[in-house]
Design a protein around this ligand. Structure first.
Ligand SMILES: [Fe+2]
Ligand SMILES: [Fe+2]
Length: 394
């Protein structure tokens, strides 16, 4: 099914859902008038799920996102977005096989007749989550709090070959990236603390390589805390691991240069998003969102970064998540031109960037997530000793 068709079907689902919910609120979920609207909703859902295995929607601040992009607001989208935001639903997932009983349960929860938590245990076809990492500590979140098994030497070696291949402009063996991301997700489910995973690879001497893995790990951790699952979660991890692909072809002396770059050197660095996106676009099996993320990851939340784009450019959610991971890893990891910072200092700096360079909601969610994993959540005044950002590059 094309993207346009799925969005048309999705609008139809939301139209029926709005109708069922408003009728249930007016009468009751069990009233004949409500029940008479339900088949239309089930039909539209089943039509959508005939082509797609699942439907995932994210709602943040009265905006509904599908496949990482805000849905254009119409009356029903706006109504549902506002309602979900008000009652604290940040994520909704509906999978193939959904039936009237599942929908009825969802409607009862949305109407406040049952706790939102109940849905998770009684419906296998619909799940919901909160975007707030503190209140949304569901199974996924809890599963991410434990110890993480380290990457094997073989996995690292395979991945290193992949990145070396990019630098040599060879065709990319993308399978190594896919299998590593799948491994991370699996480990996170069973026994993970993403921060633990960052330690062993940070010691290697190839910054772009280790940084790429870190950003992939942090993207997955963020995605899980936001309730993102399935293929979308995989793509988020892959996009993180490939975001700096364009840097593998830049002279290492520029990447590792201590001190300020010349204008010419900085222009070369600034070309890496476009070059990376262009390279990835030609590679078989690379998800479209990874291409978009490679292109957008330096644009900043306020679009004042690079490449330059027109006002109102709709930044992909995956790019915005990657910006948060990217900034955190760059600040936290030891860099040749800047010593590593401790956690409170990094958090203080990231909070200062929230709203300009970084999406503020994602930044706060990320810092809460890390705090929940054992770090101290900052209540920091900004440190005046933090130097002004020079033209370095994550
Ligand atoms: Fe970058
Ligand atoms: Fe980066």
């Amino acid at each position: 099914m094309s993207n346009n068709q799925s969005i048309i079907q999705l609008r139809e689902i939301l139209r029926h859902l709005a109708q069922v919910i408003s009728t249930a609120a007016l009468y009751s979920p069990e009233h004949p008038r409500t029940l008479s609207c339900t088949p239309g909703l089930i039909d539209s859902l089943q039509g959508f799920l005939a082509d797609e295995p699942e439907l995932n929607l994210i709602v943040a601040d009265n905006v509904m996102l599908y496949l990482g992009k805000p849905l254009e607001q119409d009356h029903n989208v706006l109504r549902m977005s506002k309602l979900f935001t008000r009652i604290g639903i940040g994520f909704i997932r509906i999978i193939r096989g959904v039936e009237s009983a599942d929908v009825r349960q969802l409607v009862r929860c949305v109407c406040g007749l049952e706790s939102l938590d109940v849905l998770k245990t009684i419906s296998t076809k619909i799940s919901i989550g909160s975007v707030d990492a503190n209140s949304g500590r569901d199974d996924t979140y809890e599963a991410a709090v434990a110890t993480f098994s380290q990457l094997t030497a073989q996995q690292l070696e395979n991945l290193k070959e992949t990145y070396d291949g990019i630098a040599l402009q060879e065709r990319m063996d993308f399978r190594n990236v896919i299998s590593l991301v799948a491994g991370f997700i699996d480990s996170f489910r069973r026994e993970s603390n993403p921060l633990m995973a960052l330690v062993p690879i940070r010691d290697l001497d190839e910054y772009t390589f280790t940084h790429s893995i870190n950003v992939g790990i942090l993207n997955i951790a963020q995605g899980m805390s936001l309730g993102i699952v399935g293929l979308t979660l995989h793509d988020l991890g892959i996009a993180g691991m490939l975001h700096d692909t364009g840097k593998t072809c830049i002279d290492r002396r520029i990447i590792q240069k201590p001190g300020k770059l010349t204008d010419e050197e900085f222009a070369i660095i600034q070309s890496h998003p476009s070059n990376g996106a262009q390279y990835l676009m030609g590679q078989k099996g690379v998800p479209a969102v990874a291409v978009i993320t490679a292109y957008e990851h330096h644009m900043r939340y306020d679009l004042q970064g690079y490449p330059k784009v027109p006002d109102g450019w709709p930044l992909n959610l995956c790019s915005q998540i990657t910006m948060v991971s990217d900034t955190f890893d760059a600040l936290r990891t030891r860099r040749i031109y800047k010593g590593s910072w401790d956690f409170p200092k990094v958090c203080g700096h990231m909070m200062a960037l929230a709203g300009s360079q970084l999406n503020p909601d994602l930044t706060i969610n990320f810092l809460k997530l890390l705090a929940g994993l054992g770090e101290t959540f900052p209540e920091l005044p900004l440190d005046d000793t933090i130097p002004a950002r020079e033209n370095y590059c994550e």
